[in-house]
Design a protein around this ligand. Structure first.
Ligand code: ATP
Ligand code: MG
Length: 696
């Protein structure tokens, strides 16, 4: 077996023990990388199908247990003829070894071990699993001292099979309860009996019942008084002896009713106030139970010693009222007893019925009281008043908001004076939760009408909603502030709400000041609430009519400006700069066709501006048109002549020509041009007569 691998994952390392039905190996689970114990069914049982089935089933049910004092079962498997159970590996020893080497154990140590076993049993019993084979061999003690109980339920697999033939299983008879020894099914209390024996053995170093054969041991469980533990080991406190005596009662009814009950006793038995408690005796009404015990009849199948099987015979004495009773005895008892018992029972029943009728009468005839009117009362006073007259306030008490009734005062009741009600009737009250407040929603960012609708929807009358308009950078009509703030509670009937609404940004459009005089400009600005500082009026020569604004800064016409507009500047022309050259230009032009009439239009683009209409009138014959042109070092003049909207001529008058003609800003000269009737469009330079000084 050593060195083999089971189920492809459990590598068998070494043998750690072996009992009646199985061998136990330490193994390594190569999948989960941990050590495990593998219990392999002995070869001689693998053909006992019933046994194998039970072995697997019990292991599976034990696998459902999870408790710190129970050896966990991980897996159940079969490989060929090898049936195995994989479980938690407990590195340490078993309690049998400890008892053999060290018993009697220290009382607190023994109690501590028993406590952990009892805890494990409690958990198993709660899961419907009975151990059936509590004995020191099945109690493992880990290196850390923790107790782990193993082999839950596995003994059951053996009960109906030939395995009882082996010496080692028969050995368990030292721990069997009387009912188990008789072959009656073992329950939770059998486990507690076995634990009582283990505790006995730990503390005295000996087994309570020893015999030549399993049968004689079983008989002793059934009949014989146990030698009291304190008689063997006087170090055992009375409280601990009491636990052993109670756990080891022969009748299951006289033992602890559950593992939990025994556990509580184990946990407290060493407390100083309990150590010397009185000796526990089973309180029974019957005669001296020990003295009247009758021997059970055990049928012995088979002939001798270790191979014997224990079964209860059909007419075995029965444990009842603290003693084994012979069923025949019962048949011989007094024939009057039964009628007397029946008569007594009848008397008790009649008495009960009479008492019941009296009680019913009291219930049915109930006094009536007038229900006090407690409306408007504080709840506590109202309750007290109603209870005073024997009425009950219905729970839970209904609540309702109210404008008229103060908080926690009664608004109304389902019955009140002059109504009457039977004592103990429940009266329903409705109590005020005070004024129903509403929570103001967040309104900022909403339009005025959205905000007002939201508030009126809450029941706030429009009259109580005030609005104030203010300049703000946010769009006009938007709520920019609210009082009270969002999430505040208000009484919708009395509290008012104020909304601040944006009027939009506080700006005006900049007026167009170009071409205006300073006075005109000031008047226009004033109209918009803007002011013009004296130091912001800049007077300079410019190619612009003198005394007129030719530049406004920094706002162009139409730009938004916030009053009073501290930074507004205007530039006013003081007349042409010295470098300017002014020429009075004369153009002589006639109609397009002789004898007909034509509209003559002259358009000038010069330093003063582009495409200005210099002259326009109708002519029937040649006429001379006279106008001023201004040139600058950077700008020549262009004169366009139209006859009935048809361009007749296009003349460029340069700054240089103007200079040659002697024209300048201070002393303008005149240039004259005579236009031919059908002059083709083209450039022509004028050096015609200069007559009178021009000027603007
Ligand atoms: P029985 O056959 O009546 O159950 P037993 O309990 O002595 O007798 P096994 O249950 O086969 O026999 O166990 C044999 C021994 O193997 C135990 O006494 C114990 O020392 C050891 N053993 C059992 N299970 C484990 C385990 N999970 N971890 C470590 N050792 C174990
Ligand atoms: Mg075992």
């Amino acid at each position: 077996m050593i060195g083999t691998r089971l189920a492809g994952r459990y590598e068998i390392l070494e043998r750690v023990g072996g009992g009646g039905m199985a061998l136990v190996y330490k193994a390594h689970d190569t999948l989960l990388h941990r050590n495990v114990a593998v219990k392999v069914l002995r070869q001689q049982y693998v053909h006992d199908e019933e046994f194998v089935r039970r072995f697997r089933r019990e292991a599976q049910s034990a696998a459902s247990l999870s408790h710190s004092n129970v050896v966990s079962v991980y897996d159940v498997g079969q490989e060929g003829e090898t049936h195995f159970i994989v479980m938690e590996y407990v590195e340490g020893c078993n309690l049998n070894d400890i008892i053999k080497e060290q018993a009697p154990l220290q009382v607190d140590r023994a109690v501590h071990i028993a406590t952990q076993i009892c805890d494990a049993l409690g958990s198993a019993h709660a899961n419907g699993i009975i151990h059936r084979d509590i004995k020191p061999h099945n109690i493992l003690i880990g290196k850390n001292g923790r107790i782990k109980v193993t082999d839950f339920g596995i003994a059951r697999a053996a009960t109906s099979s030939s395995i009882t033939q082996t010496g080692s299983v028969i050995g368990s008879v030292h721990y069997f309860s009387p009912e188990h020894a008789k072959g009656v099914s073992a329950g939770e209390k059998s486990d507690l009996y076995s634990l009582g024996i283990v505790l006995y053995q730990m503390l005295t170093g000996k087994l309570p019942f020893l015999g030549e054969s399993p049968i004689s041991v079983a008989l002793k469980h059934l009949q014989e008084d146990v030698e009291e533990p304190r008689a063997v080991n006087p170090m055992i406190p009375q409280s601990v002896e009491n636990i052993i005596l109670k756990a080891m009662r022969k009748s299951p009814e006289e033992r602890y009713s559950t593992a939990g009950e025994m556990l509580r006793d184990l946990e407290t038995c060493l407390s100083p106030q309990r150590l010397n408690e009185p000796k526990w005796t089973y309180s029974s009404d019957g005669d001296d139970e020990e003295a009247t015990r009758v021997m059970p009849a055990l049928r012995v199948d088979g002939q001798s010693g270790a191979g014997d099987e224990l079964r209860a015979s059909a007419d075995a004495p029965v444990w009842r009222n603290g003693k084994y009773e012979d069923p025949e005895e019962e048949k011989r008892s007094n024939p009057w007893i039964k009628p007397i018992i029946w008569f007594a029972v009848l008397l008790v029943m009649l008495g009960g019925a009479w008492y019941g009728v009296k009680a019913l009468q009291e219930i049915l005839i109930i006094p009536e009281v007038t229900v006090p009117d407690v409306t408007g009362w504080p709840l506590e006073d109202a309750k007290e008043r109603l209870e005073e007259v024997g009425l009950v306030v219905a729970q839970p008490i209904a609540e309702e908001p109210s404008r008229d009734v103060a908080l926690n005062h009664v608004i109304r009741q389902d019955k009140k004076d002059p109504d009457t009600a039977k004592v103990n009737t429940t009266i329903r009250l409705v109590v005020s939760t005070g004024i129903e407040m509403v929570t103001i929603p967040p309104l900022e960012g909403k339009t005025k009408s959205e905000a007002v609708t939201a508030l009126t929807d809450l029941g706030i009358p429009e009259l109580n909603i005030e609005t104030k308009e203010e300049f703000d950078d946010r769009p006009a009509g938007e709520v920019i502030e609210q009082f009270p703030s969002a999430n505040d509670s208000v009484d919708p009937m009395t509290d008012s709400v104020t909304l601040k609404i944006s009027k939009g940004p506080d700006t005006v459009p900049m007026p167009d000041l170009i071409g205006k005089t300073v006075d005109e400009a000031e008047a226009l600005l004033e109209k918009e609430g803007l002011t013009l500082k004296k130091e912001n009026i800049v007077e300079e020569p410019a190619y612009y009519p003198a005394g007129k604004v030719y530049e406004q800064f920094p706002y162009k016409p139409g730009n938004p400006v916030k009053p009073p507009g501290e930074e507004i500047m205007i530039y006013v022309s003081t007349g042409l700069p010295d470098e300017a050259r002014v020429t009075t230009y004369k153009v002589t032009v006639g109609p397009r066709q002789e004898g007909a009439e034509s509209e003559i239009r002259i358009v000038v683009s010069d330093a003063m501006g582009d495409r200005k209409e210099a002259a326009k009138r109708k002519v029937k014959q040649q006429e001379t048109f006279s106008f001023d042109v201004v040139t600058s070092p950077s700008k020549n003049a262009v004169i366009e002549v139209f006859q009935d909207d048809v361009k007749n001529n296009h003349i460029t008058w340069t700054y240089q020509q103007a200079g040659e003609a002697g024209g300048n800003a201070s002393s303008g000269e005149t240039a004259e041009e005579t236009q031919p009737e059908h002059q083709p469009e083209g450039e022509q330079q004028s050096d015609d007569e200069i007559t009178v000084p021009g000027g603007l």
